[in-house]
Design a protein around this ligand. Structure first.
Ligand code: NAD
Ligand code: LMR
Length: 330
C-alpha cells in the first residue's frame, strides 16, 4: 500500500498536483487534506478510472486520519506571493502552517517522506527538520525542499534560445536554494550547446527570477501553480520510482539537510551551511547519495558565494522559529 498525502490539496498547486498524482500507478491511496474543500476535490478526482483510491479530509480534526500510514506527504499548503512580495514575506503566515503540519507528520507518520513546496522553501525545510528533530524522529534522507521547478525552468529557458537543446531529456543541475539569488543554475556544465557570456548572464537572471514572471503575469491572483504541479509530480514520481519500485540512478536537484546524508560532507564543509540544494541520487530510503558539486565557472563560484550569504539568514530564521515559538496543540 502506497499512501500519498497532499496537504493543501484544494489550492492552486494542490488541485493539479493531485490530478497528476491520480494518474500514477505507483500510488494506491491518494489522501487529500486541506482546511477547505478537500472533500469536493477528492469526490471529483475519485471519478477518474485509475486504480488509486482517493479520500478527502477537511480541517484539523481530520489531519491524523489523513496522515496515518502515509508513505509520502507533499506539502503545498500556505499563501502564495502577490506582486512586490519576496518569498521571505510569506514566512509570517506559512512558517506556522508548515510547523503545525510537520508536528502532525512527526506524530502520525514519522517515517514518511516529506516533500516541502510551501515558500519560503529555504526556511520551511529547516522548520520541518527542526520539528522532526525535536520529536526525536528526524531522518535527513527523508525531508526534501522541492526545487524541481527551477530545474524545469532552466531546461525550458535554455531551449527557448537554443532550440537544438532538447528540454525534456536534458536535465540542468541547479544548486543553492529556492529564491532569487539563492537559485544557481550550473549552465557551464551544458555540453550540447554553447553560450556567449551575455546569454549566460541573461539566462541565469531569468531562471533566478522565473517565479516573478508568473507572479507579475497573474497580477495579484497568485504565483506558479500549473508548472509547479508538473514539477511537484515529477519529483514525487522520481522518489516513488526509487523508493517503491527500486529504480536506480534517478537524480534530482533538491534542497536538503546536509548532515547525515551520504556524500554531503563536502558541501557542508565548503558552504558552511546546514542546508543546500544539490543533485541527489534517490534510493529506497530517500536520499541515497548527494552528488559532488560539478566544476563551476568563475561566475558560478561568485553566484554560489552570494547564495550562501543569503541562505545563512533564511536557514537561521527557520531554525529559530521552531526553537522560539511553541507549537499549536494538535
Ligand atoms: N517550491 C516551489 O517551487 C513553489 C512554486 C510555486 C508555489 N510555491 C508555494 O506553494 C504554496 C501554495 O501555493 P498555491 O498557489 O497553491 O496557494 P493557494 O492559496 O492557491 O493554495 C494553498 C492551499 O493551502 C491551504 N491551506 C492553508 N492553510 C492550510 C493548513 N494549515 N493546512 C492545510 N492546508 C492549508 C489553503 O486552503 C489552500 O487551499 C505557496 O507558499 C507558494 O509560494 C512553491
Ligand atoms: O515565485 C513564487 O513565489 C512561487 C514559486 O516559488 C516559483 O518559483 O514560481
Amino acid at each position: 500500500m502506497v499512501k500519498v498525502v497532499v496537504c493543501g490539496a484544494a489550492g492552486g498547486i494542490g488541485q493539479p498536483l493531485s490530478l497528476l498524482l491520480k494518474q500514477s500507478d505507483l500510488i494506491s491511496h491518494l489522501a487529500l487534506y486541506d482546511i477547505v474543500n478537500a472533500a469536493g476535490v477528492a469526490a471529483d478526482l475519485s471519478h477518474i478510472n485509475t486504480a488509486s483510491k482517493v479520500t478527502g479530509h477537511v480541517g484539523k480534526d481530520a489531519l491524523a486520519e489523513a496522515l496515518s500510514g502515509a508513505h509520502t506527504v507533499v506539502i503545498p499548503a500556505g499563501v502564495p506571493r502577490k506582486p512586490g512580495m519576496t518569498r521571505d514575506d510569506l514566512f509570517k503566515v506559512n512558517a506556522g502552517i508548515v510547523r503545525d503540519l510537520a508536528e502532525a507528520c512527526a506524530k502520525h507518520c514519522p517515517k514518511a517522506f516529506i516533500l516541502v513546496i510551501s515558500n519560503p522553501v529555504n526556511s520551511t525545510v529547516p522548520i520541518v527538520c527542526e520539528v522532526f528533530k525535536k520529536a526525536g524522529v528526524f531522518d535527513p534522507r527523508k525531508v526534501f525542499g522541492v526545487t524541481t521547478l527551477d530545474v524545469v525552468r532552466s531546461s525550458t529557458f535554455v531551449n527557448h534560445i537554443k532550440p537544438q537543446f532538447e528540454p525534456q531529456s536534458n536535465r540542468i543541475t541547479v544548486v543553492g536554494g529556492h529564491s532569487g539569488a539563492t537559485i544557481v543554475p550550473i549552465l557551464s556544465q551544458i555540453k550540447q550547446v554553447t553560450f556567449t557570456p551575455e546569454e549566460i548572464k541573461a539566462l541565469t537572471h531569468r531562471i533566478q527570477f522565473g517565479g516573478d514572471e508568473v507572479v507579475k503575469a497573474k497580477d495579484g491572483a497568485g504565483s506558479a501553480t500549473l508548472s509547479m504541479a508538473y514539477a511537484g509530480a515529477r519529483f514525487t514520481t522520481s522518489l516513488l520510482e526509487a523508493s517503491v519500485r527500486g529504480k536506480r540512478g534517478l537524480v534530482e536537484s533538491t534542497y536538503i539537510h546536509l548532515k547525515g546524508n551520504a556524500g554531503a560532507e563536502w558541501n557542508a564543509r565548503s558552504t558552511g551551511l546546514e542546508y543546500f540544494a544539490q543533485d541527489v541520487e534517490l534510493g529506497p530510503e530517500g536520499v541515497a547519495n548527494v552528488l559532488a558539486l560539478p566544476d563551476l565557472s568563475a561566475e558560478e563560484k561568485a553566484l554560489v558565494k552570494i547564495a550562501i550569504g543569503e541562505l545563512k539568514g533564511n536557514i537561521t530564521k527557520g531554525v529559530d522559529f521552531v526553537i522560539a515559538v511553541p507549537a499549536a496543540k494538535l
